[in-house]
Design a protein around this ligand. Structure first.
Ligand code: NCD
Ligand code: ZN
Length: 361
């Protein structure tokens, strides 16, 4: 697709949702939540707290804590998830479904990423839990990386697809599955070739950055996340997938805040904090591909359709207005956070009828 000769000066789309978000808890949550809630109508909230959100009761309590710190004028709905462990029971899935807050369950292979130690060690043992999810139409959200130390970190997603995801899809024919934060050409091809009940989220940072970003001008811990950034050919495949119009791909920021002191240290945490700049960053990626007309489908329509929900009813406007991104944002006593594109200027700013022009930070 070609870039139009006169660039758009503004773009109004149905309010988007974030289908993969880490909100954390306590003071850190209070600091990061407004960045998401002012732009997105809903967000799928990841359950990898310490301790993880493993029960319907814990998900309901977490939901309440989110609403407690939300500005009363803001219309934002957290969609909760359940963290699957080796001891999760089908009865717990049933309780979560009936409770009404939980929209999906999260499969972390044990040890694959931040706070995943209590994740699943044996997918076969979890079959009854997967059956219960399928019975209630709740999607399984998959962190798709093997943890086998023999497998190179850049190959962990591709190996997961063949070793675990293909057999899982065959074993539970009614299970809806989202391959979260897909990062490779192999992942994109796998999702496109799979059944309609298989979809994937794509982050803004995997659309904009390749693995070179981690080493540009020195070691850059703020570009380190899991799954790790990949080669340029994979970024190009993700761009084609996100902008190609397929309803199997939708927006999931994987915004994963860690305070500066835990990123800039001897063994830094994985995660990119993209919430303050996410939508403008997706717009930059879509513009790069000459496909701004496809942003609404990806950001606002494909996700709700997959989850069986209606799109949001209001709209949001992106304006071509240089948006300076601060070098960091405060998380109070918790520390400070370095957002995606820190210190740079983005081409787009976000505006909404009720909340005015949003300058990030
Ligand atoms: C996430 C986190 O920090 O919770 N980190 C990340 O790099 N994406 C965990 C995850 O989604 O893998
Ligand atoms: Zn995540």
């Amino acid at each position: 697709m070609k870039t139009p000769s006169t660039p758009l000066t503004s773009l109004t789309i149905i309010r988007p949702d974030d289908w993969h978000l880490h909100l954390r808890d306590g003071e850190l949550m209070a600091a990061v939540l407004p960045f998401t809630a002012r732009v997105f109508g809903r967000a799928v909230v990841m359950p990898n707290l310490r301790p993880p959100v493993t029960t319907a009761a814990a998900a309901a309590a977490y939901y309440d804590r989110i609403l407690d710190v939300m500005h009363p004028d803001i219309d934002f709905t957290p969609l909760m998830t359940l963290y699957l462990t080796d001891t999760t029971t089908p009865a717990e899935i049933e309780r979560a479904y009936r409770g009404g807050y939980v929209v999906a369950a999260k499969l972390y292979p044990a040890g694959a990423t931040t706070n995943s130690d209590e994740g699943l060690t044996d997918l076969k043992r979890a079959q009854p839990v997967f059956e219960a999810l399928a019975a209630h139409g709740l999607p399984l959200l998959v962190h798709g990386e093997v943890t086998d130390p023999e497998v190179d970190i850049f190959d962990r997603e591709a190996v997961f697809l063949e070793r675990y995801l293909a057999p899982l899809l065959d074993a539970i024919p009614a299970l809806k599955v989202v391959l979260e934060h897909v990062t490779t050409r192999q992942g994109v091809d796998f999702v496109l070739a799979g059944p309609d009940r298989l979809a994937a989220t794509i982050t803004a940072h995997h659309l904009l950055l390749n693995r070179g970003a981690m080493f540009q001008g020195g070691l850059n811990p703020h570009a380190y996340c899991l799954p790790v950034l990949k080669r340029e050919e994979h970024r190009q495949a993700l761009l084609r997938a996100a902008t190609g119009g397929s309803p199997k791909f939708f927006l999931g920021t994987d915004s994963a805040p860690h305070v500066r002191s835990t990123k800039e240290t001897g063994c830094g945490c994985a995660g990119i904090f993209s919430a303050p700049t996410a939508l403008a960053s997706y717009a930059a990626a879509f513009e790069q591909a000459g496909a701004l007309d496809r942003l609404e489908g990806f950001a606002s329509l494909h996700g709700p359709a997959f989850y069986g929900l209606a799109p949001n009813r209001d709209a949001i406007t992106l304006t071509r207005c240089p948006c300076p991104v601060p070098p960091s944002v405060s998380a109070g006593e918790a520390g400070e956070l370095v957002p995606l594109a820190a210190g740079r200027t983005l081409a787009w700013s976000v505006e909404c009828p009720t909340r005015g022009l949003i300058h990030e930070g």
